[in-house]
Ligand binder design. Structure first.
Ligand SMILES: [Zn+2]
Length: 372
């Protein structure tokens, strides 16, 4: 059987379910830590597992440049290479080509670009992106698309979305079916309802194992993102997983789960951790702030991660001041642990039919101890 999602409960529009993959089952809603270059930055695979994370994301763009998809394949695939035995979703490389690479030239067939590492020239097409993700061994392969920049006019967004839809059809043909593996299509169309509807119609006509919502969290702001989700998620098939790409902060996750999204990935918990920021059940903390120099409390009294169990805010503040590697490591560990706990709490609430009551508690607690 191909990769698929089964429904367990709906509460309002929030959904709980299970993603069935070649490398195990994943309860949804789920947050996938981002393992850009074959590692969730500053964390061992064991540490990532210990947070309760069941599925991680790998980046096609980074891995095709270093160490190359062919080398990963020769070394037994990405699961073995990075010691991650659960499911892996790989992105298509399209977003990073636009955001990271140097000179690039896009045509109907694909995109030629310069590596941000050494300036070398590379080409990605829908077929090559699917082939790379196959070589990596992804459980969930993503369609190659153009992430429409924001803001875009209706005409620009339509042109970009229609190119992505033609690329999605080519990717579907190139994808090699294997049990427990699947291909997701990506809905584009910026913040325009008619374009999102056209994109959903094009993708469901082709048929995918899951549907992602792309082109959000690109500067439109939370209000516009939620407004776009408000009309987009009801258009998607109720029978398939919905994945909001590149989102977000805890409040974004809660708001998107409320609007019927099942899957998320984002660099925020690890990137913010490396910069000294903690997300907690009582709000965000910036541990570089001098006010934590003698604060003997844990980051989050309600968290059971090693950073919170064994260390004080004062200690983590000290590590950051001294630029010790352990500071970013502990904060990344805590943040991923907190994200996993938040997703589990939302899932339980959906299953129990009390999502809004729990969401109100969560949102209230965020105001207790944090900083803006
Ligand atoms: Zn913690």
């Amino acid at each position: 059987m191909t990769l698929h999602w089964t429904h367990a409960a709906t509460d309002g529009r929030a959904r709980a379910g299970m993603l069935h993959t070649a490398h195990g089952e994943v309860p949804t809603p789920v947050f996938m830590p981002v393992g850009t270059a074959g590692t969730v930055k500053a964390m061992t695979a064991d540490a990532v597992r210990s947070t309760g994370a069941r599925m991680v994301l790998g980046n096609t763009y980074h891995l095709m440049l270093r160490p190359t998809a062919e080398r990963v394949a020769r070394l037994g695939g990405l699961h073995r290479f990075m010691d991650w035995h659960g499911p892996i979703l790989t992105d298509s490389g399209g977003f990073q080509v636009m955001s990271l690479s140097g000179l690039r030239k896009m045509d109907e067939d694909g995109v030629t670009f310069q590596s941000h590492v050494d300036g070398s020239k590379h080409r990605l097409t829908p077929e090559r992106s699917i082939e790379i993700q196959h070589l990596l061994g992804a459980d969930v392969t993503m369609s190659f698309d153009e992430c429409t920049p924001f803001p875009a006019t209706h005409e620009e967004a339509a042109k970009s979305m229609r190119l992505s839809m033609r690329w999605a059809a080519r990717g579907r043909k190139a994808f090699v079916e294997r049990p427990g593996h699947g291909l997701f299509g990506i809905v584009q169309g910026s913040t325009f309802e008619d374009l999102r509807a056209e994109s959903v119609a094009a993708l469901t006509e082709i048929g995918f194992e899951g549907y992602a919502i792309g082109g959000l969290a690109v500067g439109e702001g939370q209000e516009a993102m939620f407004a776009t989700l408000d009309f987009t998620t009801p258009m998607l098939p109720a029978t398939h997983a919905r994945y909001l790409m590149g989102v977000g902060k805890p409040a974004d996750l809660l708001g998107a789960v409320r609007r019927g999204v099942d899957m998320f990935d984002c660099v925020i918990p690890t990137r913010s951790g490396r910069m000294g920021r903690a997300y907690t059940s009582r709000g965000q903390l910036n541990l570089r702030n001098a006010k934590y120099a003698e604060d003997d409390r844990p980051l989050d009294p309600d968290c059971s991660c090693p950073a919170c169990r064994n260390h004080s805010r004062a200690y983590i503040h000290h590590l950051l001041k001294c630029e010790e590697m352990l500071g970013p490591m502990l904060l990344s560990w805590h943040n991923i642990h907190y994200y996993q706990a938040l997703m589990a709490r939302m899932r339980e609430a959906i299953l129990a039919g009390r999502f809004e009551a729990e969401a109100a508690l969560i949102e209230h607690d965020w105001t207790k101890d944090g900083e803006a």
